[in-house]
Design a binder for this molecule. Structure first.
Ligand SMILES: Cc1cc2nc3c(=O)[nH]c(=O)nc-3n(C[C@H](O)[C@H](O)[C@H](O)COP(=O)(O)OP(=O)(O)OC[C@H]3O[C@@H](n4cnc5c(N)ncnc54)[C@H](O)[C@@H]3O)c2cc1C
Length: 390
């Protein structure tokens, strides 16, 4: 039997895969998207309702064009779908005045201010007293640096995935969920993909499998990533109206130890009625199939006592919801977007080191453009593999 040959087969339909699928159909390609679950789901990296977005991306200037374009695309998606995806509530970043060399994002406020200046983005350096004055619920001591971006905000992550997949289907994409890809084999001029339900052929394949990344890619790509378990908590507020996206900005509070990072997300319209707060840890690695997805009461209590109570007022210790989410980090905490060593027709694009969502739809557009036309308006070179043989 002759198999239908798609222009593009996308494996994994989370943040990255749903974006490539949507943009590739807009480029006129025939696209098949396959996912082992029913995205958006809560087993990978795109879960827990919201993600922080900042135009002034202290992670580096290479990201600036992507986040700027993503904000434009989300507004386009909102106009096309009627859904609200981006809430520009503003964002505060707090860091130590004495950053530790080698820290994950050293001197992040200064770096963010530098990127803002370079990109013409409005950015305000704040002294801690003015943060406390404007936001009495932030217990920031005097010996900290702080900055505020008005155009920063929250993206409705699950909703963005859903909308991109719905619109992709309306534009002609085929989406198959509950189907797991088992092998990807390059042949002369095409790629064969075997799943637990069948076999497909495509001219190009994108592997955007998030924390499952290492399972399907070449070892030289797979060995560059580490998966870690992160926990997200929703704590009841004393006065929930004071913690909504229309009332307050998000707060990213970076400390001397990576493990003392804490992020506070205001409640968006229709969100879980509580204050979302998360930390970060890189000490214990895991994998997406064996990770512990339970969050114990002891874990909740420790997180609240050690991280939440000293930093934020107005948040109670009553945790109404928690979720486990997975980071897929590269060795230098940047992105890995490249071709598979076996074939130029296979593109890998998932490990985004815990800061990928804000760039995802523009990355999807850039990859789709490259597949459709052989080139992209945006520079993907900074994300190429750092493997020594490349
Ligand atoms: C707690 C947390 C907080 C974060 N905060 C932010 C933030 O504030 N701002 C920001 O910009 N970024 C943030 N990030 C990072 C961002 O969420 C991720 O970079 C992004 O969601 C990664 O999406 P993905 O598509 O690579 O992976 P996923 O969304 O996990 O998608 C991968 C998909 O591949 C599918 N799949 C895997 N293997 C197979 C297979 N064999 N066959 C078929 N399907 C398969 C999975 O089912 C899944 O649907 C955060 C991440 C976490 C975990």
């Amino acid at each position: 039997m002759t198999l239908r040959r798609y222009d593009l087969l996308v494996v994994g339909l989370g943040a990255m895969g749903s974006a490539v699928t949507y943009h590739a159909t807009r480029q006129g390609l025939s696209v098949l998207g396959v996912d082992q679950y029913e995205p958006p789901h809560d087993l990978g990296s795109t879960t827990a309702e919201t993600r922080i977005t900042r135009l002034a991306v202290g992670e580096g200037p290479q990201y600036l064009p992507f986040v700027e374009r993503s904000h434009e695309i989300w507004r386009e998606l909102e106009a096309e779908s009627g859904a609200q995806i981006l809430h520009e509530c503003g964002g505060i970043i707090i860091t130590d005045q004495q950053p530790v060399p080698g820290q994950r994002w050293e001197d992040f406020v200064t770096e963010t201010a530098r990127i803002a200046e370079r990109g013409g983005i409005e950015y305000e350096l704040l002294d801690p007293a003015s943060v406390r004055h404007a936001h009495p619920w932030v217990n920031v001591p005097d010996n900290r640096n702080a900055g505020f971006e008005r155009t920063a905000g929250l993206v409705m992550a699950d909703r963005a995935v859903e909308v991109q997949l719905e619109l992709a289907q309306q534009h002609g994409a085929t989406i198959q969920t509950g189907e797991r890809v088992e092998t990807i084999e390059p042949h002369d001029g095409f790629v064969r993909v075997r799943t637990d339900a069948g076999e497909y052929e495509a001219t190009n394949v994108v592997v955007s499998t998030g924390p499952w990344f290492s399972e399907l890619v070449a070892p030289e790509h797979g060995e560059q990533v580490t998966v870690t378990r992160q926990v997200v908590y929703w704590f009841e507020a004393e006065d929930l109206d004071a913690f909504t996206t229309s009332a307050i900005p998000f707060v990213m509070w970076i400390a001397q130890r990576d493990e003392d990072y804490i992020g506070l997300f205001p409640m968006p319209p229709g969100g879980t009625p509580a204050v979302k707060i998360l930390g970060e840890q890189f000490l214990e690695t895991t994998d997406a199939r064996s990770v512990d997805r339970e969050v114990s009461q002891q874990e909740i209590d420790t997180f609240f006592d050690v991280h939440v109570a000293p930093k934020f007022s107005g948040v109670t210790r009553n945790c109404v919801r928690s979720a486990v989410c997975l980071y897929t980090n590269t060795t230098d905490d940047h992105f890995l977007i490249d071709t598979d060593p076996r074939s130029e027709n296979i593109i890998v694009m998932s490990p985004c080191s815990g800061h990928g969502f804000k760039h995802s739809t523009a990355l999807g557009e850039a990859v789709a453009e490259r597949i459709a036309t052989g080139t992209s308006t945006y520079d993907l070179a900074p994300f190429r593999s750092r493997h020594q043989d490349r």
